[in-house]
Design a protein around this ligand. Structure first.
Ligand code: ZN
Ligand code: ZN
Length: 171
């Protein structure tokens, strides 16, 4: 793309070019900062309770259970009930602001990252962290072929010991 401002600017400001450039910028921003998840809580016009619940999940670096979300929400808004927290979680999941994840028989946990990503889970303390691991398309194809499923998503769970638990064993 030519960078001479006199030469290129008038052409770039045509509506079509502007839309394309904005789109490219937005996609790049999304990739860089996970903008999908950081839509302003105000912009979503949530009730006070739902806003608090979403804030709690976004501020948490762990993946909280409904009970943990309730405890943290109550610290901010003492009048909130467990039923309201539970309904808010369902609503926020429906509008794609949070994701619900489940491992084995454990309680559901709530995730601020709604795009596809992988997790590492500690076998000792249950700590769960996000990992962004690009999957080669070939792997999805092979998994689909082996299962005879029409694939929609593929997720990995790394199980092992978190750094804190490894350190505890050393001491
Ligand atoms: Zn651990
Ligand atoms: Zn996650």
């Amino acid at each position: 793309m030519p960078l001479d401002p006199n030469e290129s600017y008038p052409r770039l400001t045509t509506l079509y070019n502007r839309i394309i450039l904005n789109l490219i910028r937005d996609v790049l921003l999304c990739i860089a900062f996970n903008i999908v998840e950081v839509t302003n809580i105000q912009e979503l016009r949530l009730t006070k309770q739902r806003g608090v619940v979403l804030g709690v999940i976004r501020d948490a670096h762990e993946h909280l259970t409904a009970n943990e979300v309730f405890e943290r929400s109550r610290a901010l808004l003492p009048s909130i009930s467990f039923a309201t927290v539970y309904n808010s979680l369902r609503y926020l999941k429906e509008i794609n602001q949070i994701a619900e994840i489940q491992f084995g028989n454990g309680a559901s946990r709530f995730d601020r990252m709604t795009h596809r990503h992988d997790h590492a889970i500690c076998n000792d303390c249950g700590k769960l962290v996000d990992i962004d691991l690009p999957h080669p398309p070939e792997l999805v194809k092979r998994a689909a072929k082996l299962s005879k499923f029409k694939p929609q998503s593929l997720e990995f769970t790394l199980r092992g010991q978190c750094p804190e638990c490894v350190n505890k064993l050393k001491n």
